[in-house]
Unconditional design. Structure first.
Length: 193
């Protein structure tokens, strides 16, 4: 099983019209965490933020995930291994809904930190919809049943410069409670320790 992430797959990430294709990255299985599990805040990073995303479970259906991200290391970590693949950095909801049970083209979702709304978005703003995402990724690598594809996140209240999208309202710290709501799938909460 592998976790494949898409970056910059929302229209608001390309307000300058420079879109070519989404960024692809991998997250290790050490990142997996489930509902009510604790997110471990690494001692060696200064800034960590959350990104709610619709997730495709290959050959099974949809769920959602939190693509937790740490600030890049002096702009050197271009493959995103440290920023995306730290332990517990991929909480995923432990329920899968079938492909025909929801409308993936319009899923409104919200992210809260300590009950403060920090993200209110919809999958209708994605550049590549879920079928296009599957085609795009499968043209780059073999997909197996159970592989998880994170479809990208709306930048929300973001700093958009040089195509980077850091969710300034989504920054977390130790002691925070992160709650993500996908009304047609479920609600996931995780504490930051």
């Amino acid at each position: 099983m592998k976790i494949i992430g898409l970056g910059l797959n929302y229209k608001q990430c390309y307000q300058d019209g420079s879109y070519k294709e989404p960024v692809l990255f991998l997250k290790g299985d050490n990142t997996l965490l489930f509902n009510n599990g604790d997110i471990i805040y690494p001692e060696f990073v200064d800034k960590v933020w959350v990104e709610a995303e619709l997730a495709i479970v290959v050959n099974y259906g949809f769920t959602f995930a939190n693509d937790i991200t740490a600030e890049n290391v002096d702009d050197r970590d271009h493959h995103l291994a440290r920023s995306k693949s730290l332990d517990t950095f991929c909480p995923i909801f432990n329920k899968i809904v079938t492909f025909d049970s929801i409308n993936p083209y319009y899923q409104r979702y919200k992210t809260y930190i300590n009950d403060k709304l920090v993200q209110d978005a919809s999958t209708e703003d994605m550049i590549l919809n879920y079928k296009q995402v599957l085609r795009f990724v499968s043209n780059k690598m073999k997909l197996n049943s159970g592989d998880i594809i994170l479809t990208g996140t709306h930048p929300g209240s973001a700093t958009l410069g040089n195509k980077e999208h850091i969710m300034t309202d989504g920054i977390i710290k130790k002691g925070d409670i992160v709650r993500i709501e996908f009304p047609n799938i479920g609600v996931m909460e995780n504490r930051v320790i």
